[in-house]
Design a protein around this ligand. Structure first.
Ligand code: PGA
Length: 250
C-alpha cells in the first residue's frame, strides 16, 4: 500500500518572527499542491502569529513539545490544550534534544502523547539510538524499549493517530546521515513491532519519518526506501530553498 509522504521542518530554537514569516511565504510559493504533506514546527511563541499571517493552505503547523501535565502550577510549560486552543494540529514528542537536555523519560513521553491525543493533536513521536548503542549493534533493542514504554500500550484507535520519526542521535545535526540500508532496516523493524503488537494493517498505515542530517542531496535516496515515509528535517529546514528541494524529493 502507498502511504502519503510527509516532510516536516523542525526549526528548533531558530528563526525570529520576520524571518519565519518570510520562510512561510517563500516555501508556500514554491509548493505545488498535492505533492506531499508539509509540516512546520516553529517555537511556541511564534505559532499564533505565523498561523495568523499565513494565508495558504499547504503548510500545516505543529509545536516542538507540550507538557505532560494537563494544567496547573507548572511555570514555563505549555499544555496540549493550550496548543489546540490556538489551532495547532501536530506536536513533536520526545525529540532526542528534549530527552538529553531536559530529562524527558519514556514515561513522561507517554503522558505527553496522551495529552496530545486527548486534545485532538497528532503526535510525532521521535525515537532513535545514540552512537554508542549503534556501535554495540543494540539499536533495535534500544528503539524497541522507547516504543514499548511510550507508544505501544495505546489503543488501536490512538495508535492510528500517531506519526513516528526515527532519528538516530548520531545523525542529528552532525552531517552524517544514516545510510539507506540503516534507515530502511530500522523503519522496517519499527513497522514490524507495530504489526506484532497490533496488526499488519495498522502497521502499514502509520507514517514513519526519517530524521538526522537529511538534506537536498540525500533526501531522494532516503525517501525511496520502502518504509521511509518522508523526513523530519532540522538544519536544512531553516533555508526555504533547501527545504523545498527536500519536499520535491518526497
Ligand atoms: P538535523 O535535525 O536535520 O539538523 O540533523 C533533525 C532533527 O533534529 O529533527
Amino acid at each position: 500500500m502507498s502511504r502519503r509522504k510527509i516532510v516536516a521542518g523542525n526549526w528548533k530554537m531558530n528563526l525570529e518572527l520576520e524571518e519565519a514569516a518570510q520562510w512561510l511565504s517563500d516555501v508556500d510559493a514554491g509548493l505545488n499542491s498535492d505533492q506531499c504533506d508539509v509540516l512546520v514546527f516553529p517555537s511556541f511563541i511564534l505559532l499564533p502569529d505565523l498561523m495568523d499571517v499565513y494565508e495558504g493552505e499547504q503548510i500545516l503547523f505543529g509545536a516542538q513539545n507540550c507538557s505532560h501535565k494537563e494544567s496547573g502550577a507548572y511555570t514555563g510549560e505549555v499544555s496540549a490544550a493550550q496548543l489546540a486552543s490556538v489551532g495547532v494540529e501536530y506536536v513533536i514528542i520526545g525529540h532526542s534534544e528534549r530527552r538529553e537536555h531536559f530529562g524527558e523519560t519514556n514515561q513522561m513521553l507517554k503522558e505527553k502523547i496522551q495529552q496530545a491525543l486527548k486534545n485532538g493533536m497528532t503526535p510525532v513521536f521521535c525515537c532513535g539510538e545514540p552512537l554508542q548503542v549503534r556501535e554495540e549493534g543494540k539499536q533495535q533493542e534500544y528503539v524497541k524499549k522507547q516504543l514499548t514504554e511510550s507508544v505501544l500500550g495505546f489503543s488501536v484507535a490512538a495508535m492510528a493517530e500517531i506519526i513516528i520519526a526515527y532519528e538516530p542521535v548520531w545523525a542529528i545535526g552532525t552531517g552524517l546521515n544514516a545510510t539507506t540500508e540503516q534507515a530502511q532496516e530500522m523503519h522496517a523493524f519499527i513497522r514490524s513491532e507495530i504489526a506484532a503488537k497490533y496488526s499488519n494493517e495498522l502497521a502499514q498505515q502509520i507514517p514513519i519519518l526519517y530524521g538526522g542530517s537529511c538534506k537536498p542531496d540525500n533526501a531522494k535516496e532516503l525517501f525511496t526506501c520502502n518504509d521511509v515515509d518522508g523526513g523530519l528535517i532540522g538544519g536544512a529546514s531553516l533555508n526555504a530553498k533547501d527545504f523545498l528541494a527536500i519536499v520535491q524529493s518526497a
